[in-house]
Design a protein around this ligand. Structure first.
Ligand SMILES: Nc1ncnc2c1ncn2[C@@H]1O[C@H](COP(=O)(O)OP(=O)(O)O)[C@@H](O)[C@H]1O
Ligand SMILES: Cc1ncc(C[n+]2csc(CCOP(=O)(O)OP(=O)(O)O)c2C)c(N)n1
Ligand SMILES: [Mg+2]
Length: 358
């Protein structure tokens, strides 16, 4: 990649983001297999009559998650809620309520905030989500946005990271790598983008559409077993399904769905579209596993259910389920997620995004 921000090494680099989360789990003495707890896209709380409450929270910090002068305030409001709705979608759930905590700097004046809230409200309305509370503080240097979203599903509709089965087809619901390329353009000071292709990649990064209705639909399919959203890149997110299911995953590099715009702009700047698709993250498509005998039928029904762009257009130009690999048994000799090129192990290693390793 042409643009790398050089940051000092973080003291948590060796343990990493996910190693730290495991430590937090042990420090709190929280079990690893309990539905209620840490480890999936949402916390799941069983209620009466088979209802399951879903709760998720994600934080966005200026300069870590966004560049304030390279994102429209409406888009930042949209994205802050979208990344949380995406976690509800990844459980096969329906979002209901949101809580917003914000730390504001002198750069966030009232006009800017009105637009920020307009972007968030439009997405909330689209999905029937109500803002029920939050907290507001001053922040000295960086804007901080933390949203908590609650939602619901039921036992048959719940899709866990731990439910993959050997032989399942691994699929994604949309293009990979557009968002990562959009970020590279922003880091190269190309905002709002020179060409329609560049603008589209920046939009995929700054204004991702969460796959909420797609997640609900997949939740209704018993042949779909595991589901996660792609926030850290498929290399990492497929790894979460593999780890939680105690299995391995093989992903075929030639099958990754990559947009024409990503191919064009990667060619223009000499970027690797495959690297962006595997490890840049923030695609906010869903990655799932499905019984192989039922996959074709599920794809056909999916295309009928989503004949066009979905409710807000956005970054899913060809609604489809794209098969990208298989679930296999765990094998100590192989990495949990292995990349193949035309069926043979590829000389390719890829890690997803980790806050302490970048
Ligand atoms: N600081 C924390 N304390 C407790 N649980 C955490 C913390 N950070 C993350 N988790 C939990 O660890 C799991 C993985 O988190 P994360 O990778 O952020 O998931 P996601 O990509 O779905 O947001 C989730 O179940 C999340 O609730
Ligand atoms: C300025 C800037 N630098 C780097 C990134 C890339 N980036 C930041 S966070 C992230 C991964 C997703 O965020 P995270 O906080 O890990 O969300 P979660 O996995 O918890 O949903 C990526 C790819 C970015 N969006 N903006
Ligand atoms: Mg998170």
């Amino acid at each position: 990649m042409t643009t790398k921000t050089s940051k000092p090494e973080h003291p948590l680099k060796a343990v990493g983001e996910f190693g730290l989360i495991s430590k937090i789990q042990t420090w709190f003495d929280e079990p690893t297999s309990d539905l209620l707890g840490i480890g999936d896209d949402c916390t799941v709380i069983p209620r009466e009559d088979d209802r399951l409450d879903l709760i998720t929270t994600d934080m966005l910090i200026e300069e870590t998650h966004f560049l304030l002068d390279k994102i429209e305030p409406e888009d930042l409001g949209h994205k802050s809620l979208a990344v949380n709705l995406s976690d509800i979608a990844a459980m096969g759930g329906t979002p209901e309520y949101a809580w917003l905590s914000i730390g504001l700097t002198e750069k966030n004046d009232i006009g800017w905030l009105e637009q920020f809230f307009s972007g968030m409200k439009d997405l909330a309305k689209q999905h029937g989500v109500r803002l029920l509370g939050g907290d507001t503080t001053r922040s000295q240097k960086h804007m901080v946005i933390n949203i908590l979203v609650s939602g619901k599903t039921n036992s048959p509709g719940l899709k866990l990271r731990s439910s993959a089965r050997v032989g399942d087809i691994v699929f994604v619901t949309g293009m990979l790598g557009d968002s990562g390329a959009g970020l590279q353009l922003l880091l190269n000071n190309q905002f709002p983008g020179e060409s329609p292709a560049e603008q589209k990649l920046i939009k995929a990064h700054n204004r991702p559409d969460p796959c909420v209705i797609q997640g609900q639909w997949l939740g209704g399919q018993s042949a779909v077993h595991a589901l996660i959203d792609v926030s850290d890149g498929i290399a990492s997110d497929a790894g979460h399904i593999a780890a939680r299911s105690g299995l391995g995953i093989d992903l075929e590099l030639t099958k990754l769905p990559v947009s024409n715009e990503l191919t064009e702009i990667s060619g223009k700047y000499g970027w690797s579209a495959i690297d962006l698709a595997c490890s840049a993250g923030e695609d906010y498509v869903l990655l799932g596993t499905c019984s192989p005998s039922e996959f074709d039928g599920i794809c056909e029904s999916y295309r009928k259910a989503f004949p066009d762009d979905g409710p807000s257009g956005g970054n899913h130009p060809e609604p489809d389920l794209f098969p990208i690999g298989y679930v296999r048994k765990h094998d100590e000799q192989r990495p949990p997620v292995r990349f193949l090129q035309d069926g043979s192990p590829a000389p390719y290693g890829s890690r997803g995004f980790d806050h302490f390793k970048v």
